[in-house]
Design a protein around this ligand. Structure first.
Ligand code: GLA
Length: 391
């Protein structure tokens, strides 16, 4: 009898569907990732440590940023037993010691791999080494794994990512699994039970509105290109499972201040993971103020976990709405057009009742109530982000 139960238990554990670690990413993950600014050649342990120091010292940690994620190019090969090796020139102290350094600062540590045989930058991928790699990450103290989709040939996305999820589960260390499959096979339809977030687009570009095509189809681009690709996906996001329109380009030099503010506000409205993608060791006060705006971050991190959605799209004027846990509503008014313009909002059009105060999240003050129409002047590509509520 005992043997029967034992066999049944073993059979169950082999055939049972993989479960991701629950209670992780109950609000969208926040942190910093090396790729947008440093790409392949710019990373090394000195840079990563300095970034961790900066994140603690400049107030970002206090504002909620917690993961330091090394993207592609930390890995250089495998040893004779197949263990993944870090580049000894760029990371002479090894990944474990870097993870320890980051953990000592009260932060969490993330790393990158790829579901294919090679990463996008041609480094060794995890294909065929999933269990071994996950065990290694667990030993190093990895808390967040980004898994890319280059060089996957005929691999099936659901199978490949489910495999890594199982490998992480077996390795036994809770890790956020962040899928980077660019939205090709609509991961929002199948990844909820195996991952904590999934990219919905290809790579964001450091510009406002230039589309980027892959095999003749737009797969990503500047800020508003990625923004538009989120339409209709709101129903798939919630606590523990988020749509990811890609990392932030705030502070990378190509956007105007209005565009940076719009990019950040809109990502907060989308309940997007907030991964800073700039050199946070050397940024302007203006960039720091944007990415650490507590009230905007509160909207992103709201525990109801609803992704904001568009309620108006007319003549380059867009309104986004995001219901919040305490009954308040976040609203983002967005002038997409090329000129400064005046707009007037009649709240009743959007079924917003009278008697609510209007708090301006960038001005940090109450600017009216929903009893009257709201008249605003908006610069080109600028936003006004509001919290309607009882305050
Ligand atoms: C892909 C991903 C990017 C980045 C690079 C690294 O393009 O989508 O986010 O990780 O690979 O090579």
């Amino acid at each position: 009898m005992r043997n029967f139960f034992l066999t049944a238990l073993i059979l169950f554990s082999i055939t049972a569907p993989a479960q991701k670690f629950k209670d992780l990413a109950l609000t969208p993950p926040m942190g910093w990732n090396s790729w947008n600014k440093f790409e392949c050649d710019g990373i090394n342990e000195k840079v990563i440590k300095e970034v961790a120091d900066a994140l603690v010292n400049n107030g970002m940690k206090k504002a909620g940023y917690e993961f330091i994620v090394i993207d592609d190019c930390w890995q250089i090969g495998r040893d004779s037993l197949g263990n993944i090796l870090a580049d000894p020139i760029k990371f002479p102290s090894g990944i474990k010691s870097l993870a320890d350094y980051i953990h000592k600062k009260g932060l969490k540590f993330g790393i990158y791999t790829c579901a294919g045989i090679k990463t996008c930058a041609g480094r060794p991928g995890s294909r065929g080494y999933e269990y071994q790699d996950a065990r290694q990450y667990a030993k190093w103290g990895v808390d967040y794994l980004k898994e890319d989709w280059c060089n996957t040939s005929t691999q099936d996305a659901t199978e490949s990512y489910t495999l890594m999820n199982k490998a992480i589960e077996q390795a036994g260390r809770p890790m956020i699994l962040s899928l980077c499959e660019w939205g090709l096979s609509k991961p929002w339809l199948w990844a909820k039970d195996i991952a904590h977030c999934w990219r919905t687009t290809g790579d964001i570009r450091n510009n406002w509105d230039i589309a980027d095509a892959k095999e003749g189809k737009v797969w990503a681009g500047g800020v508003v290109i990625n923004l538009d690709m989120q339409k209709g996906l709101e129903k798939y996001a919630g606590p523990g499972h988020w749509n990811d329109p890609d990392m932030l380009e705030v502070g990378n030099g190509a956007l105007t201040v209005e565009e940076e503010r719009a990019h950040f506000s809109l990502w907060c409205m989308l309940a997007a993971p907030l991964m800073a993608g700039n050199d946070i060791r050397n940024m302007t006060r203006q960039t720091l103020e944007i990415i650490t705006n507590r009230e905007a971050i509160e909207v992103d991190q709201d525990r109801l976990g609803m992704q904001g959605y568009k309620i108006l799209d007319e003549d380059n004027f867009e309104i986004f709405m995001k219901p919040l846990a305490n009954g308040d509503t976040a609203i983002c008014l967005f002038n997409r057009g090329p000129e400064k313009k005046q707009f007037e909002i009649n709240w009743a059009h959007y079924k917003i009742s009278k008697g609510k105060s209007i708090y301006d999240i960038w001005k940090h003050t109450i600017t009216g109530s929903t009893n009257e129409n709201y008249k605003i002047m908006l610069n080109r590509h600028d936003v006004i982000m509001l919290r309607l509520g009882k305050k």
